[in-house]
Write a protein that binds this ligand. Structure first.
Ligand SMILES: *Cc1c(COP(=O)(O)O)cnc(C)c1O
Length: 496
């Protein structure tokens, strides 16, 4: 069956998978969604015998139906190779009764690598398939991890350029260092005076600017997005839920068909949406537990049915989740609106103009797959310390938000279904927050001293990504105001 995509805001805007990957965002500002979610054609027992790359093919072929087998397998082989420091790609670790799915074994030690190591290959393959000659300009706003993962994925990929905007004071020192030391003649990294939502709004505005698109086209450029709104990122993320389930099936933890809950530390709603799509495609998942930090706009939404971004933006120790507009939620809203693009467009328009919308009671009923929770910065630190003391396992701050929400969920609901916690970053990426959570005395140590101390405590070798930045030179120093983003892009491309 061919899967066709359409905009969440206009049923008439349709695209094949490769066209949707090339465009990123639909021309009306909507997001591409499959008009029907495919179901698995391989049994769980069969998938349990396959390795990561094979599972990836079985899952991705269902969604990316206009790619040939050779094209898709080629993309998968080039993405999930020895850039990952384990052949398992996404290993599971059991600690204190939960199964941590470690999604941080790629080049930049955060879960964004799971999708961004394959997106450049999907995108360049899609360009070839559609006879696109233009140079593809990847424009990305990042809360820290996407930026580096996208830079690493696209650096020196022929036919592409990548420009990354990040909030100058809103990412961790290691995240910033990782980005500003990025090599590759086609890479640009820019700090903005503003927060992540400012960066994301600025990028969206450029995508929606028809005049800019025309200028770009005249000069042989076209924009595409590496943000998690691109289905070329969403689809590869479905894979690891299937992989996790079938590993637990293979080792006897789960019986075939037994429900598995997942807890996902959430920001832009991409990761948890992938779990939802996995469930819709037939994976026996139970509750999808959406974990937020102090920026608990999603928690409030699941509680009340009101999405309200009009609130204070709080900087937390889990910066990749410091987000008030969760872009991918739109795909869920579209689904629970009964796949009604018009109704979804109305709500998104309300979000744009008033910063708030409310869903109907009927729509709320369709959210039964989800549970929401949040953890404060203190609770996050507590969980890191407790888990370390109890088991010796050290988790990062984002994963700790999920672990804290999981504890609370279990207590409140009495639901003791087996559970996977998406572990979205290596503790090495947020060393200071992690180490001071374990013991306040570590705050006096330098960043790299802390790295060595973390290695001593956890018994986990310092990842190559961290070794690489110890001595790397800063190559990107541009900082601009949030109002100057477009002018900066025009200057970089020489189209001003
Ligand atoms: C991006 C990110 C998240 C949030 O994922 P979404 O798909 O945006 O919800 C959580 N943790 C880490 C470490 C991340 O990098």
């Amino acid at each position: 069956m061919d899967i066709i995509y359409q905009s969440t805001r206009n049923a008439a805007e349709k695209a094949t998978a490769s066209e949707a990957i090339l465009k990123g965002l639909a021309s009306d500002g909507g997001l591409f969604v499959p008009t029907a979610i495919p179901t698995f054609t391989t049994t769980l027992a069969e998938l349990a015998k396959m390795n990561y790359q094979q599972v990836a093919y079985e899952v991705m072929k269902l969604f990316l139906t206009d790619f040939t087998e050779e094209e898709l397998k080629n993309c998968i082989a080039r993405a999930y190779d020895d850039k990952f420091d384990t052949a398992e790609i996404a290993p599971l670790k059991e600690a204190d009764g939960a199964h941590y799915l470690e999604l941080f074994h790629g080049a930049t030690i955060a879960f964004k690598d799971m999708a961004l190591s394959i997106l450049p290959h999907l995108l360049t393959t899609a360009a070839r398939k559609n006879n696109v000659q233009d140079e593809i300009v990847i424009l990305t706003a990042t809360s820290g991890d996407t930026g580096k993962a996208a830079l690493a994925g696209f650096a020196d990929v022929p036919g592409t350029r990548i420009i990354v905007f990040y909030p100058k004071d809103g990412v961790s020192p290691i995240q910033e260092k990782q980005m500003v030391t990025q090599r590759g003649a086609n890479t640009t990294v820019i700090g903005i005076h503003g927060n992540f939502d400012d960066a994301q709004s600025g990028v969206k505005a450029m995508f929606n600017n028809k005049e800019l698109a025309a200028t770009m086209q005249a000069k042989g450029f076209r924009f595409s997005s590496a943000n998690s709104i691109n289905i070329g990122r969403l689809v590869p993320q479905i894979v690891y839920y299937v992989y996790a389930y079938t590993r637990l099936l293979a080792d006897g933890t789960l019986k075939d068909g037994e429900k598995l809950n997942v807890v996902v530390p959430t920001g832009n709603f991409g990761n948890i949406l992938a779990a939802y799509y996995a469930k819709c495609a037939g994976l026996p998942l139970g509750k999808l537990i959406c974990a937020s930090n102090d920026n608990k706009v999603l928690y409030d939404f699941f509680q009340s049915g009101v999405y309200d971004k009009n609130r204070e933006f709080i900087l937390t120790t889990s910066p990749s989740m410091d987000i008030l507009i969760s872009s991918n939620l739109e795909r869920l809203i579209y689904k629970i609106a009964g796949e009604d693009a018009e109704k979804n467009a109305e709500l998104m328009n309300a979000l744009n103009t008033k910063g708030v919308y409310e869903i109907t009671p009927e729509m709320r009923e369709r959210l039964a797959d989800f549970a929401g929770g949040y953890a404060t910065t203190e609770q996050t630190a507590e969980v890191i310390q407790n888990l370390y003391k109890k088991t010796g396992y050290i988790i990062d701050t984002h994963t700790a938000v999920a672990a804290s929400v999981y504890e609370a969920y279990k207590k409140q609901s009495g639901d003791d279904t087996k559970t996977v916690i998406a572990s979205t970053a290596s503790p090495y990426k947020f060393t200071r927050s992690v180490m001071t959570a374990i013991d306040a005395k570590y705050d006096s140590m330098g960043d790299f001293e802390l790295v060595d101390e973390l290695s001593r405590l956890s018994g986990v070798k310092v990842p190559q990504a961290i070794e690489d930045i110890r001595s790397a030179e800063v190559l990107h120093k541009t900082v601009c105001d949030k109002t100057e983003m477009q002018a900066t892009v025009e200057k970089i491309l020489g189209i001003a």
